[in-house]
Design a protein around this ligand. Sequence first.
Ligand SMILES: Nc1ncnc2c1ncn2[C@@H]1O[C@H](COP(=O)(O)OP(=O)(O)OP(=O)(O)O)[C@@H](O)[C@H]1O
Ligand SMILES: [Mg+2]
Length: 486
Amino acid sequence: MKENHFAIHNDPNGHELWRSISGNFQRFPEIINEFVDDALSNFRATKPDQRRVEIRLRQWEEFVDVSVVDTGTGIRDIHAALTLGNRSGGETNLNEHGMGLKHALASACEDGSWSIQSRTPEDNTQDRHLVVRGPYRLGDDPMTGYYLPGRGVLLGPTGTAVSFTCTHDFFATLRPAGDRTDKPFEVLVDILLEELGYTYAPILGNGEMEMAVVVGDHVYPVEPIFPTWDPNCFKETPPTVLDLGGGPVTVNCCWGLIRADKDNHIYYRGNMESSGVEIRCNGRVMERGLDKRIWIKQPHPSRNHFLAVVELTAEEPGAFPPTRPTKTGFRDGDPRLEKLFAWLRANVAPASPQESVEKRLTRALEKRKRAEPDVMRTALEENTYCSLNLKVKMDLFVSRGDQTEVYESKKGPSKALDLYQLRMYWDGCAVDGRPLSRGILVARNHPREVQNLVSALNDSYRDPTGQPYHLSLLTWEEVGIDPKAV
Ligand SMILES: Nc1ncnc2c1ncn2[C@@H]1O[C@H](COP(=O)(O)OP(=O)(O)OP(=O)(O)O)[C@@H](O)[C@H]1O
Ligand SMILES: [Mg+2]
């Protein structure tokens, strides 16, 4: 060492280091994904016959005991596996940072109430399993591992079980973002099933891995969750091999509008949070809701049903854009990610905003009217009140023989305000010199107050030219349109 130089004593303290890496995961499922990723990685590398992951839950007082148990071939090198940042145990590109297991455990239970059981083929021949228990320690006071006879909590002859106890409050971070309402345990379990079914959908769908959530005697299989595409609005690119900068990656991309799945808690609900671009690496979702970063467009409710699914497939580690250490997204600014975005900008055009249900209903009505034999002209969104330049657009105008009709459509129950809107169309047409013969408000149903108002307007009021109104109410059923079918 040079003169005047001295060593900096910066050996980390295990407890402090553990605390410092906790708290980076926002939500409970992000932690479970880390353990499932490790199991999946092992399945992919070693191809065991049974490829099952069970997430076992037990609620007690204000805590939840959690075990993620897999039927892989066990942890090959427990020393490397428990060393922060050590990547020597990496088996596939799902083992990226050398952190997941430790990072997730530190975030789930800062106090160290965790344990790992693992059984390799060699342990199997000796009928034993390895046990390591928290808290995490470093240096002169190391953690210790020990062997116990038998399989412990494992499912098969070999495998790994990662167990921890977290607070119920942390478990409840399963709630959809922004939802602060208290959810019963069963609902949170249901959300966990949805989270896993979404994150690993193609992998569960093609049988590469099976998963279940186990609560007491109940075994809930994890079913894959896929979007339901609107067949009229679906496009896909042929499989394309790209080199983003780290080896060949096959890109499959499909996009379009989806049918909202309101039974889901979080995904494919046709709302702003669940729309946009989702990117999967070898089936595992890595990031979603990305369209703003790709097309520099602000999220807008009119694009709530837009979805693009980008499937990246690669073998080589480093072929994919790198992820954040929590695997909840890609690292911004990486050249591989930028290259992928450039390709998407060139090849995917976000679907045009979806028409509202009301517009589609009106369009269906227009089609029916056009088909009627005496109808001469139909017009959607035609201007009225032109003489006052009010730029009021009528939902639907229909002329037949010497009769003219105007329609106002509402998808739900009608309101008094809707009737006034219809009256405005009528008044506008009257002052524009093309008087109407009938004004019709079409809605799902018409409450009594709207029925009373229509009678009052017809019986006692006059339009600006002194003529009586002929307004009427119809339901979608009465005009022969099924609102669910449009
Ligand atoms: N369920 C498992 N079955 C087999 N090996 C495992 C399992 N879990 C962890 N390991 C081993 O432990 C190592 C460390 O896991 P950890 O999740 O901490 O890091 P990683 O997976 O290598 O990287 P990343 O930070 O991207 O998750 C893995 O590389 C793997 O060798
Ligand atoms: Mg990992």
